[in-house]
Design a binder for this molecule. Sequence first.
Ligand code: ADP
Ligand code: MG
Length: 222
Amino acid sequence: MVAAPQDAPGVFVTGTSTEVGKTVVAAVLARTLAEEGKRVAVFKPAVTGLEEEGETDHALLRRASGSGQSDEEIAPYRYQPPASPHLAAALAGEEIDPERLRQAARTAAAQADAIVCEGVGGLLVPLSPTYLVRDLAADLGYPLVIVVSPGLGTINHTLLTLESARAAGLEVAAVVINPWPEEPSEIEHDNRKTIAELGQARVEAIPHLDLTDPSSWPPLRI
Ligand SMILES: Nc1ncnc2c1ncn2[C@@H]1O[C@H](COP(=O)(O)OP(=O)(O)O)[C@@H](O)[C@H]1O
Ligand SMILES: [Mg+2]
């Protein structure tokens, strides 16, 4: 599959796992671009866990970016159970169609100056039985931003993700440690240094944020 032509520059935010802060980091990236005066589109191939409480990923991404996109335009597939997308789709009697995802992302990018995409879970999460998040990232062709945790275990998870990205020929723009503690321990300082050295990657960090007030967020330029 040849990478889609890029209508607007963009990034693809992935992470070492679910709940590491992909949506938060994607929101900060989108907010930063919007503050620079850019029209920002956001995109997420599938949202699962709608039955759970709290703001949905597509709602936070829309709020942070100032985009006027509909839920459908941001996230073409949305499911209630907090399951992997391939399973959530199967439980709904569907299968996620890679071509529909590529088209939706292209359409979103065509109407914006920049696009921020958020993956689902980590790189090897199946969107369908034969199409992984990593395949979509490769098809869209945007550089990756990999969100990782600050603490014990993160070196292994981060290096595995970097290896998986590079094995598929994906460009890694940065690793973002989230949330970077106010008073980092020796372990956290060393994780940051070791990930940069062994992972040969640019490493950034995001502190704990007040998500209700995007104007208080520090900018993140990738
Ligand atoms: N930097 C941060 N500041 C405040 N809350 C955060 C931060 N990063 C993550 N969270 C919270 O942690 C949870 C998981 O973050 P989220 O961005 O939804 O992860 P993911 O998209 O990787 O599943 C959410 O409740 C989110 O609000
Ligand atoms: Mg998310």
